[in-house]
Design a protein around this ligand. Structure first.
Ligand code: GMT
Length: 388
């Protein structure tokens, strides 16, 4: 870490299956590996906080239940724990992922500490991820408080230019927003070594079929039934299997559609997976037909693994995938075009492998942890300098 002082950072995120929690956890792990002290503060241990790591601490937020509370106030319990942990461990800064309600809790924690006996200043950084702005944040019952907590943040980052522009436009934000893209650890996400590849692929594709994958939290925005529609068209032309990782409300409609089409033997629902990288390592194509995606972390992790993404031309996806050279893009709901692209690339082994390698190079050149994490470190230092 050179001459720079080691930072003590608090990170709050949703600990469940979802991109913002994944980014926050991977960020914490990367920062800890670089020597910083990282304290996760949340109601449960984040799912990817599963590899042993020095410099990592986890503080659970207990939410007391009381018969009067129809809705136990998690945001208040979180604010209290944030202030407490920051004081005990002398944190330099809090970094919250997903504005609602984390940013509001951080704002309260900052005020509590400033008012306390030490009049301590605790800056906080908010990272906007997607539906906190594009969906949930638009709800009139959340919009004013979300806007307020973004404006009050000591630093704000967004994960794509698309999200930054949309936040400024729709929330009328005056606070400067810096774009820091999602990142991938290219050592963890890579294609399986040739000697093990055939053997591992045979577990899902025993007759040498092609392997398509989908990774998401199966929310309506992911359009999982489009994944089935696309696969149905591909399978008619090319022997293939579909692996779906994740779970959520759209899983059963997708399962029913696969049965209705009579393709369920080739559609494998793996549920929530801890080791997504292992499955991406043996796949050929990723299907991401989302209604909206501020970045598309799943596409990036696939690209690092030499898996070609076929996705929708929405939100921040065009900042991640270059149509025709590092994947394919089509309009939302255009399952025919997405199937056509998948068939085209899966039918040409040499082109598939060449595009897979181009995807990995693109991911490594633009979005590797080694280039993005220093951007966060520099951002924290600027915020600290401004707040001192
Ligand atoms: O859906 C969300 O907005 C929440 C978030 C999540 O926790 O799943 O996903 C978003 O954050 C990811 C990580 O920054 C992005 O890669 C996803 O594109 C983004 N999802 C959407 O915009 C739908």
């Amino acid at each position: 870490m050179g001459e720079e002082r080691r930072l003590k950072l608090g990170i709050t995120c949703y600990p469940t299956y979802g991109g913002s929690g994944v980014v926050a956890t991977e960020l914490g792990l990367e920062l800890a590996q670089r020597g910083h002290e990282v304290h996760f503060i949340s109601y449960a241990q984040p799912i990817r906080l599963n590899r042993p790591a020095p410099n990592i601490h986890y503080h659970e937020v207990e939410v007391s239940r009381y018969p009067l509370f129809e809705y136990p106030p998690y945001d208040l319990a979180l604010a209290t724990r944030m202030a407490e942990v920051s004081e005990i461990y002398d944190l330099d800064l809090l970094h919250v992922h997903y504005a609602i309600p984390h940013s509001v809790s951080a704002l309260l924690a900052r005020q509590m500490l400033a008012w306390g006996p030490k009049h301590r200043r605790l800056p906080f950084v908010t990272t906007l991820h997607g539906t906190d702005i594009t969906l949930v944040g638009q709800d009139p019952s959340y919009l004013p408080v979300t806007r307020f907590s973004i404006e009050q943040s000591d630093g704000v980052t967004a994960i794509s230019n698309y999200l930054r522009e949309r936040t400024c436009r729709e929330f009328g934000i005056a606070n400067n927003i810096q774009v820091i893209y999602n990142f991938v650890n290219c050592e963890l996400y890579c294609r399986e070594k040739e000697k093990d590849l055939t053997h591992h692929r045979a577990e899902y594709a025993p007759k040498g079929e092609r392997i398509l994958v989908h990774v998401s939290n199966f929310r309506p925005v992911k359009r999982v039934t489009d994944v089935i529609e696309i696969f149905d068209r591909v399978r008619k032309k090319i022997p293939s299997k579909l692996l779906l990782m994740g779970d959520g409300p759209e899983r059963s409609p997708a399962e029913r559609l696969a049965v209705q089409k009579g393709i369920h033997h080739d559609v494998i629902f793996l549920g929530k997976q801890e080791q997504i990288g292992e499955k991406l390592a043996i796949a050929d194509v990723l299907l991401l037909p989302s209604q909206l995606e501020s970045f598309g972390l799943a596409a990036l992790e696939a690209m690092a693994s030499e898996v070609v993404p076929v996705a929708t031309r929405v939100g921040g996806i065009p900042e991640v995938i270059e149509h025709g050279s590092t994947g394919f893009l089509a309009e939302v709901g255009d399952v025919d075009s997405m199937a056509k692209y998948a068939i085209e690339i899966l039918g040409d082994e040499a082109r598939l492998r060449a595009m897979g390698r181009a995807c990995r190079k693109w991911a490594a050149d633009h979005f590797s942890a080694n280039s993005i994490i220093p951007q966060y470190e520099a951002f924290y230092r600027r915020v600290l300098e401004r707040s001192s």
